[in-house]
Design a protein around this ligand. Structure first.
Ligand code: 13P
Length: 251
């Protein structure tokens, strides 16, 4: 286990502002007094400021679901790191499978977003993961290594303290088909070794690697019991206060 476990909820394109505020209140209440784990939620851009206000007196951290790499400029449809910092947001999910597969973001763009993010002092969660086809063709490790290497291109050792990696097998996202704890552990251990090759072992041992893909109250305990699983990135089950509260309180 590297660092403090991080349980993160990715709300994707769900919830109105009022619904987001209500859920954020419930997450803050469920996180009260927790000191041995971190809780993070990532609402849609339009709800970030309101959610940030609601959790201000709680340990809950708030992240954006993407960010551009420049301070400002002609980037229609994008949000800049300083805009997030302006409302107190200091974390951001990058390279999510849906950004890659629905919106065509490639490793080069993910890397551009990530290095920009780090320059502004935000903490990125770099998402990587293989498709079902790639897994069936036994390309999982090659794909993971490539996404990691290219996503982290030009990222210096001292910046890696800010970086969280999330392994989200594409075939497990929103499908109800969670990776088994053995499958998750195998890839997480591989990611840690790859990080040790790219940087050094002590640094790799300190990077938090989250698992994402159909995490539920029923499987969180066994996933978190794996030695290289340092947290979870939760989609659907993070949209209900009760199930997310149970996931936060994994044992
Ligand atoms: P689900 O938990 O709904 O499978 O989504 C996972 C995910 O994509 C989190 O970023």
């Amino acid at each position: 286990m590297a660092g403090t476990p991080l349980i993160a909820g990715n709300w994707k394109m769900h919830l109105t502002r009022a619904e987001s505020v209500e859920l954020a209140r419930a997450v803050a209440a469920a996180s009260t007094g927790l000191t041995d784990r971190e809780v993070m939620i990532a609402p849609a851009f339009l709800s970030l400021a309101a959610v940030k206000e609601v959790v201000a007196d709680s340990p809950v951290r708030v992240a954006a679901q993407n960010v551009a790499w420049e301070k400002q400029g002609a980037f229609t449809g994008e949000i800049s790191p300083p805009m997030l910092q302006d409302i107190g947001v200091d974390m951001v999910i990058l390279g999510h499978s849906e950004r890659r597969h629905v919106f065509g973001e490639d490793d080069a763009m993910v890397n551009r977003r990530l290095t920009g993010t780090l320059q502004f002092g935000l903490s990125p969660i770099l998402c990587i993961g293989e498709t079902l086809e790639e897994r069936e063709q036994e390309k999982t490790f090659t794909v993971i290594e490539e996404q990691l290497r290219q996503g982290l291109k030009d990222v210096q050792s001292d910046q890696m303290k800010q970086v969280v990696v999330a392994y989200e097998p594409v075939w497990a996202i929103g499908t109800g088909r969670t990776a088994t704890k053995e499958q998750a552990q195998e890839v997480h251990a591989f990611i840690r070794t790859a990080l040790a090759d790219l940087y050094e072992k002590t640094l790799a041992d300190a990077v938090r690697i989250l698992y994402g893909g159909s995490v539920k109250p029923e499987n969180i305990d066994s996933l978190m019991a794996q030695p290289d699983v340092d947290g979870a990135l939760v989609g659907g089950a993070a949209l209900q206060a009760e199930s997310f509260a149970r996931i936060i309180n994994f044992t």
